[in-house]
Design a protein around this ligand. Structure first.
Ligand SMILES: [Zn+2]
Ligand SMILES: [Zn+2]
Length: 296
């Protein structure tokens, strides 16, 4: 009888622990979370240091960097900044790593791929054993930004656009894209800014468009059409798709335009959410039926 009681207590403890974990998963990303709680959660989940990322990604520029099969984004994820041609250095432990790949025209596909794989492995192993960047950076969007954070970003990037007239920058807005309306700002300027581009005047008749997430900087003739989606590097976090195939800029616009409860409804439709709810129901039932009330 005593054995039974001990086993029941152990089961109850395990189930409570499982229930707590599931509750934690289900509460993740709920828009009702208060800013304080959100902040605490952010610290616990070790959010991405965006400023550190932007600083590193800026080092991947010609003539030091002229494109390579290894993406600067992958290298930046592990703290590697470009310091000279074909050479990157960890911003934390100062170790070096060569990014030289064999000429694809002179070696077999297999040899080339092995070299590429080796560089990817070294992104982890070439750090000093104590370096905190060995484990790589957390994802960019562990937590969705708030509507205010997104709008502040758009407003800040608009900068010099506010002094431009409607014709100076043209962009086609896809018919299925809705944009927030800003007083005295033409919609194509809002679209370009929402896509992460900062616009400034370069010289008479030309503009400079820059994205600090992929470090692209493009001189653009005033009045010409600009494509704010396809001018990013292919690996740019601004155009990264989530598991539903929605790019992050579109997710941001959706957060601004609708849906206070959008995040929770989005997760509620996902398979993992349904499974978590089913598991919790099972646990709730078993806690109330199998375990005796005195133990709970
Ligand atoms: Zn390191
Ligand atoms: Zn970009």
């Amino acid at each position: 009888m005593e054995m039974d009681t001990t086993a029941n207590e152990r089961h109850a403890a395990l189930k409570r622990k499982a229930n707590d974990s599931i509750n934690e998963i289900l509460n993740f990303g709920q828009s009702s979370t208060s800013p304080q709680k959100r902040c605490k959660k952010a610290q616990r989940q070790k959010l991405r240091d965006i400023d550190a990322y932007k600083k590193i990604i800026k080092t991947y520029k010609a003539p030091l960097w002229y494109g390579c099969a290894v993406s600067p984004r992958d290298l930046a994820d592990f703290g590697w900044a470009c310091v000279k041609k074909n050479s990157v250095q960890c911003v934390e432990c100062d170790q070096h790593l060569s990014t030289t790949l064999p000429n694809i025209c002179k070696v077999s596909y297999n040899v080339y791929n092995c070299s590429l794989k080796e560089i990817h492995e070294k992104m982890v192993t070439a750090h000093r054993s104590t370096c905190k960047l060995r484990s790589g950076a957390p994802p960019f969007r562990l937590i969705e930004p708030t509507s205010k954070e997104i709008m502040d970003g758009i407003q800040n990037r608009l900068g010099e656009c506010r002094t431009m007239n409607d014709e100076e920058l043209q962009a086609d807005i896809p018919s299925d894209v809705n944009l927030p309306k800003l007083d005295d700002v033409p919609p194509q300027f809002v679209f370009v800014s929402a896509l992460g581009w900062q616009v400034s005047r370069l010289k008479r008749g030309s503009l400079l468009l820059g994205c600090d997430y992929c470090a692209r900087e493009l001189a653009h003739r005033s009045g010409n059409k600009f494509d704010p989606i396809h001018n990013h590097e292919r690996w740019c976090p601004r155009i990264e798709m989530d598991e539903q195939g929605e790019p992050s800029w579109q997710t941001d616009l959706n957060i601004v335009l609708n849906a206070k409860n959008r995040i929770s409804s989005r997760y509620a439709d996902s398979a993992i959410f349904k499974e978590a709810f089913a598991a919790r129901r099972l646990l709730d039932n078993s806690l109330s039926t199998i375990i005796t009330p005195s133990i709970i």
